[in-house]
Design a protein around this ligand. Sequence first.
Ligand code: UDP
Ligand code: MG
Length: 312
Amino acid sequence: MSIPQLSVVIPVYNEEEGLPTLFGRLYPALDKLGIKYEVVFINDGSRDSSAAILREQFQLRPDVTRVILFNGNFGQHMAIMAGFEHTRGQRVVTLDADLQNPPEEIATLLAKMDEGFDYVGSIRKKRSDSWWRHIASRAMNGLRERITRIKMTDQGCMLRAYDRNIIDAINGCKEVNTFVPALAYTFARNPGEVVVEHEERAQGESKYSLYSLIRLNFDLMTGFSVIPLQWFSMAGIAISLLSAFFVVFLLVRRLIIGPEAEGLFTLFAIAFFLIGITLFGIGLLGEYIGRIYQQVRHRPRYLIQAVLDKTE
Ligand code: UDP
Ligand code: MG
């Protein structure tokens, strides 16, 4: 058995409308590369006919296709992690099933890797997102870069290429609730980025809402850094110092000028401000504790119902 040079990993969740077009463009694009490749599809518990369509495709190209069928919906990143464990290629490329990342761009990523990069991310050329999403994602990017030291110009783009060393390192991680591109970045020796074409979602709809985008960013910051905790304890120290000064000031004032009863609402404002900070701190602690909780339960991260594989 010879090792393929390229493995393509594609998570699939309710993508029945788009899959035929994906196959129609993906396989010719890969054949054109002229290298030995394999495609690993992970059906993440789709409730439509995606699994059946993947089975059909497996029958058509069993030599280069592998299908992992999950028992339920475990999320995009768990699907990718499961896919990684079933890859054998020297290089691994992840791709979304919705054709927002054109499969023809895989060649661009591989060319960049030939220059000596072991991790190649991609930046979508013309983002067809709404303006508020654009501003929000730029602000999040800046904050994330400061907190986690992970540099990703376009974190929403899953078209990425990884060297085998990175994949092996990721396979050694039993992390729950992770974000694959960020995890890979922490293992990369020489990460690079390329600009790729970007298309509107052709069929189906986005699986992510604004809420899950906020969640994702929270997961990123608390999953890859303890800086939020450190910032918070620093803020705690600063506020304690300030309030100590305030107490001294009030004491002196009491002795010199006498008792005061005015400024009640100022006091309220200060109290609410401090309560807000306290609540945020409890929430922040909770995020970390929640991660610890999920990790120590040692539950299986995903359940595989079947693997369709004839390539052994
Ligand atoms: N996906 C998945 N499991 C999920 C949600 C999404 O496997 O629970 C897959 C989905 O089929 C697609 C990719 O992850 O291939 C990205 O999802 P989507 O296009 O909805 O995300 P967006 O592009 O809007 O960020
Ligand atoms: Mg998409």
